[in-house]
Ligand binder design. Sequence first.
Ligand code: FES
Length: 155
Amino acid sequence: MTTVSWNTKELTIGELSERSGVPASALRFYERQGLIHSRRTTGNQRRYHRTTLRVVAFIRASQTVGIPLTVIGEVLSFLPEGATPTREFWLRASECWSRELNSRIERLERMRDLFTDCIGCGCLSFEQCALVNPRDRLGEKGAGPHRLNTASPAS
Ligand code: FES
């Protein structure tokens, strides 16, 4: 077990991992994605400011409700350089996450309703199955054969 340096303003990656419960590999990944930042010691070891704990808490809370890291990173980029997510920041972000989740739920409910017709069907028909041909894109082109994938074939 790593001993936490409670009196310093910096944490090693092991300390940050222990305090946050996030594996060091995930912390390194967050850093590669630009979500958290560290400085390097002369021995090339990472040192995180203690406030990074709050950033990691924000990331984990957001991930728990299914927010992609790219979106989390976009929101974190609104923070001024060196600032950490405040309670107000989290409240505003969580309201955005709530809207995002409601939108996803609505989309999934629509997909579930479409999927219900497929259960026990198995036709996978371009003409009949709304999942195979969402919004009947081919039907909009009129009767007769049409290519589903309009990308040019490789030459
Ligand atoms: S598989 Fe037949 S309607 Fe979808």
